[in-house]
Design a protein around this ligand. Structure first.
Ligand code: FES
Length: 276
């Protein structure tokens, strides 16, 4: 920046040798005062010279900071409402986190332990099953294979338990599959034991007292009380079982022995018991 006190009439330093004492400021000052005395206009104080081109500009003055506005006291109602809203938000976040935690699958460690226990239980079940099978085979080996059936013989009672002639007794129909029938046959008062198995396809006929016949419900075969078939598809009479008496006079039925009318076996001695 050029010195503001410098006048345009200042001597050029290049024209004045430095060693010349006349060119010093002290020497130049009387000359300037002389020129000012010669020209009253030159004696006027001059305006500061414009800054030279290329010289750095002075920094702009910073604006002064505004004074802070005085704070108003907060509204208690608003503060309370804000607190409540924050508490509600926090509670909602906690509830959401809890729900998410409940929805999470069980920890890996727990799942692994449960799986291990399940496999352990399965192994024990298989082991005991194998052990049971081995034990069963051992028992089957130690005991003979015997077919256990009901005793084909049963005690029907005494003769006096069948007092009526031409009467069908159904005491043993359900339990033993036998009808005991007292009838007169070949001029004799006899007690016979009839099988309850239809000779057509094996159904169980019913005794119809009013019609005095056995009637098969499957295909309609009919049998007299003697067991002889007379209607329906049944091909032959009902079978009779062996009847005999013991020393006490009791009547016994042996279902292991059968007598067929079509084979001429109804006349055999043990196919009936004489009642008189
Ligand atoms: S099974 Fe008795 S009639 Fe056919």
């Amino acid at each position: 920046m050029a010195d503001a006190n410098e006048s345009p009439s200042a001597p050029n330093p290049e024209e004045t040798p430095k060693s010349d004492p006349a060119a010093s400021p002290e020497a130049a000052a009387p000359a300037s005062s002389e020129k000012a005395a010669e020209s009253p206009e030159a004696a006027k104080p001059q305006a500061p010279a414009a800054p030279a081109a290329g010289a750095p500009k002075p920094a702009a003055p910073k604006p002064a900071p505004k004074p802070a506005a005085p704070k108003e006291p907060p509204d208690p109602a608003k503060v309370e409402a804000a607190k409540k809203a924050a508490a509600a938000k926090l509670a909602a976040a906690k509830a959401k986190a809890k729900a998410k935690a409940e929805d999470l699958p069980p920890p890996e460690e727990f799942t692994t332990r449960r799986t291990f226990l399940s496999w352990g239980m399965a192994a024990w079940v298989i082991f005991f099953g194998w052990l049971g099978g081995i034990g069963h085979l051992c028992l089957r080996f130690m005991f003979p294979r015997v077919l256990y059936e009901k005793d084909p013989k049963f005690r029907a009672g005494k003769r006096s338990d069948f007092p009526e002639v031409n009467k069908v007794y159904e005491l043993f129909k359900e339990v033993q599959g036998v009808w005991l029938v007292r009838l007169v046959e070949d001029g004799e008062d006899r007690l016979v034991a009839l099988s309850t198995v239809c000779t057509h396809l094996g159904c169980t006929p019913n005794w119809l007292e009013a019609e005095a016949k056995f009637k098969c419900p499957c295909h309609g075969s009919g049998f007299y009380k003697s067991g002889v078939n007379f209607e329906g598809p049944a091909p032959r009479p009902l079978e009779r079982y062996r009847l005999y008496t013991d020393g006490a006079g009791d009547v016994l039925v042996d279902k292991s022995v059968k007598f067929r009318e079509d084979l001429g076996q109804w006349g055999q001695p043990e196919s009936f018991v004489k009642m008189a």
